[in-house]
Write a protein that binds this ligand. Structure first.
Ligand code: ATP
Length: 453
């Protein structure tokens, strides 16, 4: 899909219930979006695919779901209070606020004026009060990334699971950033979800694990339907690395507005565990950590061979769910000409499709047809592959169009013959081929179809 199609994709997202602007009936909020009935299924399926691949299918990763409200101490020692800033510039003429790196030829992107303030650091974290007293004495941040509470729970996970390095902790969930310039649809928003893995390794093995994870993550995106040609691997130059990073590789995706970051993979060294640990001087820590006076817990582990205690290194693949949803939608959106009419199809990978099968009675007011359709819907729904929908609109052409547009891989039509011959018509989204399948065989057909994933 080229740049010119992005408006069509955004329109489809609204028309078919994938993505809405938040608070739209009150004029909308910039940088906040709501996932609609189809969007929530797609998003959950993408997250589920990540969780399966990163947690369930491995033998060396555990999951976590930590709180979103985060103590200022966590974000002090992680460095976020001091350094999680973007350079903010105000245009003195039109009052537009911009990020210094987003000026166009040194001028305001809105009015072109060069009458600008000096850049000043703007912290991207949202703050809120905790408890009933609102005098500012007790506050928390809404977490700006899911990672930090993985580090602060490192010992809890080890103690409760008996894990030894190398092993990882994965977490998916909301993060909040008060972005100066949200935009490009759901590419840059102020509230989003991340899928983050912190994989802990012995220093010295970190570079191999880093390369391993870069490759594993590219392969995973390809499995989600991303064309390899639309991914670029960008190694951040050494002088551009974050304070904690020894190496960072970004996976850039060809969004409608150009190649931009979909996921970042960083070698965070021993920065985070080193910064959050008690008794820092007991360890040989390589990263420039924050001096910690408040931690109650030692976050080192013992090397079973040398018996020495050390702070593990950490490799972090960190992906954005919204950017992932945007990328898979962008890949899937196609328009084709069928008998002189435009057919819009979302060619989503079946495991990501919001609806796994639509069961369509040919006539909506016929109880026999509708009951048989409900019966088949319930049988397929119980197979646990995802949402199956009873599509009781009574208009077969409209139903096919709708399900092509939301990416439903198979439509199952119940007609009057079905009541006698116990067979149904199964239509394939991509080829539009229709075949008659006996209802006894439908379960096998469906299971094989989704079993392949
Ligand atoms: P960018 O440079 O685009 O602001 P970042 O380098 O700050 O991104 P990270 O801190 O590495 O991003 O976050 C990891 C992932 O989280 C990113 O690759 C992206 O997919 C996602 N992400 C970060 N910020 C946002 C945002 N404002 N909206 C949507 N997704 C985001």
């Amino acid at each position: 899909m080229g740049v010119d199609k992005s408006d069509d994709l955004v329109a489809l997202c609204k028309r078919r219930g994938f993505i809405f602007q938040s608070d739209e009936i009150y004029g909308g909020q910039k940088g906040l979006y709501t996932f609609g009935p189809m969007g929530v299924e797609l998003k959950n399926n993408l997250k589920q695919a990540w969780w399966k691949s990163v947690v369930w299918q491995r033998d060396d990763v555990e999951g976590l779901d930590a709180s979103l409200l985060t103590s200022p101490k966590v974000l002090k020692y992680s460095g976020h209070e001091d350094t999680f800033t973007d350079p903010l510039i105000d245009c003195k003429d039109c009052k537009t606020r911009s990020r210094a790196d987003q000026l166009i030829d040194g001028a305001c992107p809105k009015c072109g004026s060069k009458n600008l303030t000096e850049p000043r650091p703007f912290n991207l974290m949202f703050k809120t009060n905790i408890g009933p007293v609102a005098d500012g004495s007790s506050f928390a941040y809404l977490r700006p990334e899911t990672a930090q509470q993985i580090f602060t729970n490192f010992k809890n996970v080890i103690d409760s699971t008996g894990r030894a390095v190398p092993f990882g902790i994965g977490q998916m969930g909301k993060s909040f950033r008060n972005e100066i310039t949200p935009g490009k649809f759901i590419f840059r928003v102020r509230e989003f979800e991340q899928m983050e893995l912190e994989f802990f390794v012995k220093p010295g093995t970190d570079e191999d694990w880093f390369n391993y994870w870069v490759k594993a993550r590219i392969d995973w995106w390809i499995e989600q339907g991303i064309n390899r040609d639309n991914l670029e691997v960008f190694e951040a130059p050494k002088n551009d690395l974050s304070h904690y990073s020894k190496a960072t590789t970004d996976l850039l995706y060809k969004f409608p507005h150009g190649f931009e970051e979909l996921e970042g993979i960083a070698n965070r060294q021993d920065f985070d565990l080193g910064s959050h640990t008690k008794n820092q001087s007991d360890y040989k820590i390589s990263a420039k950590v924050m001096k910690n006076k408040d931690s109650t817990t030692k976050l080192g582990v013992q090397d079973l061979e040398t018996k020495q205690f050390y702070v593990p290194y950490c490799i972090e693949p960190s992906a954005g769910v919204e950017r992932g949803v945007f990328a898979v939608l962008n890949e899937a959106y196609h328009e084709e000409d069928v008998d002189g009419k435009t057919r819009i199809v979302l060619g989503l990978k079946p495991h990501l499709a919001p609806i796994k099968a639509a069961v369509i009675p040919l006539k909506r007011n016929n109880d026999n047809l509708v009951n048989e359709a409900k019966n088949i819907k319930n049988i397929l729904q119980k197979l646990g592959k995802g949402r199956v929908m009873l599509e009781n609109s009574g208009n077969i052409g409209k139903s096919y169009r709708r399900h092509d547009e939301i990416g439903t891989p198979i439509c199952i039509t119940i007609d009057f013959d079905s009541l006698d011959d116990h067979a149904v018509t199964v239509r394939d989204r991509d080829t539009m081929e229709q075949k008659r399948i006996n209802t006894d065989e439908l379960v096998n057909y469906y299971q094989e179809y989704y079993g392949k994933e």
